[in-house]
Design a protein around this ligand. Sequence first.
Ligand SMILES: *[C@@H]1O[C@H](CO)[C@@H](O)[C@H](O)[C@H]1NC(C)=O
Ligand SMILES: *[C@@H]1O[C@H](CO)[C@@H](O)[C@H](O)[C@H]1NC(C)=O
Ligand SMILES: *[C@@H]1O[C@H](CO)[C@@H](O)[C@H](O)[C@H]1NC(C)=O
Ligand SMILES: *[C@@H]1O[C@H](CO)[C@@H](O)[C@H](O)[C@H]1NC(C)=O
Length: 446
Amino acid sequence: MFASAAVAAALLCCCFSLHPAFGEECASRQEVQGSLKQVLKFLSAHEASYLQNLRNLKKKINQLQSSAAKQTAKAMNSTCAKLDAPANGRKLGRSHGLGHEVHFVCDRGFELVGPESRLCQESLTWSGQQPVCQDVNECASSPCLNGGTCVDEVNQFSCACARGWAGATCQSPVPTFFVTRTNASSVMAAAATLPAATTGPSVRPSRCTIVQGTTHCTCEPGYTISGRESNTCVDIDECEVFHNGPAGRLCLHTCVNTPGGYRCSCPAGYDVTRDGRSCKDIDECATRQNDCTKDQMCINTYGGFQCVQVECPKIPHATYVKTSPMRCERNPCPVDNKSCSQTPNSFSYHYLSVVSNLSAPRVMFRVSALRPVGDTLRFALLGGRLARRHFTVQRSDRLTGQLMLVSPVQGPVTLEADVEMSELEKRAQLGRYITKVTMFVSQYDF
Ligand SMILES: *[C@@H]1O[C@H](CO)[C@@H](O)[C@H](O)[C@H]1NC(C)=O
Ligand SMILES: *[C@@H]1O[C@H](CO)[C@@H](O)[C@H](O)[C@H]1NC(C)=O
Ligand SMILES: *[C@@H]1O[C@H](CO)[C@@H](O)[C@H](O)[C@H]1NC(C)=O
Ligand SMILES: *[C@@H]1O[C@H](CO)[C@@H](O)[C@H](O)[C@H]1NC(C)=O
């Protein structure tokens, strides 16, 4: 187009440079002005289409560049250095490729110190520090009650109880009664002749000794003196007595009174913790206590598990292909097919397991652009009213958006929120990426 404009301009130059004597052969002044106007029109029409073509070209080059970057990343041996599992623990995830994550878990009796997962970053180094599995200090949770002193042992603990307390966690008071009697042998005889019906596991004889004419009767730990003559011991209902003691609730979930003690029980899907009072979720996915099929993914939740299977969305004007277990990407669109190119470029799937009544506000999930192409990123929350009631999407830095939980959610319930990230260049949309977040909220707040 420049070529033809240049020719037109050259013709005009020739005309002006002609000698006035040959004025007849040259165009008149008006004709020259007319031609100039036409050339200007011609130039501005071409300028507009030239700019339009430049813009399209730039967009295509951008697209080529990003796909080339992806392919070189694949072609080059883009892996991070091999990572070892921590001593007394395991590493989950075998791929050391760029963008992959490995997770760490510790053997029983050990706890992870450091990050739970590390990401192979673009610099081909792992994020974070290598975690270690540390022998669990069983005393860390202060399991000994009522002033007892905890002694850490391998994989267990013992309590040295303060005076007046007994039991594995010093949970039971040792009742001590001083009864003055003139005849101790009658007490011993009375205890020995208790009717059989009253000497069940929750009623026991007391033990009395005489010290300088004073009878001193005691019960076994977990029992207290009863009976008219202090001759029997009855079980203490710790669940009732310590319902809300200074050391907090006796049991996180349910307290079951037993002769001489108590025990805590947990709902299905939980194990009682080593201190006997709390409940710890069972990881059905790690222990094969799940029935997910080969094609499904097992997601551990608090108190259970979910089998999920990612299916690529079926939406008009575009088709999607699964590029990883949690991601679908759009197949290339036919040239100049606008309805296709406006559909999302990808759908990513993420599953979160949380306890009921989680405090809010808090960040649940972050979405980032690794290699942004355009000049602007926009983040938005898609999805129905339920999603909007509990979630909002905010930007946390130039390249990152975050999904925030705005109000506590009472389980059991499953919530879904779609986070959209759009890439723009001079306000024109270059791409849309959808992250579908599914949150499994458990029935209990533990
Ligand atoms: C990629 O890396 C692996 C392990 O580091 C090595 O065995 C393999 O030969 C490499 N492949 C290429 C094409 O460099
Ligand atoms: C003590 O009790 C026994 C049996 O009940 C009786 O035989 C004895 O006389 C009593 N002794 C005194 C000092 O009361
Ligand atoms: C655009 O492409 C999609 C997917 O290839 C196709 O289904 C659709 O009919 C096309 N639309 C037009 C207007 O060509
Ligand atoms: C939820 O948590 C708040 C504060 O942590 C607490 O006050 C409230 O009782 C809890 N609600 C339920 C139903 O557990």
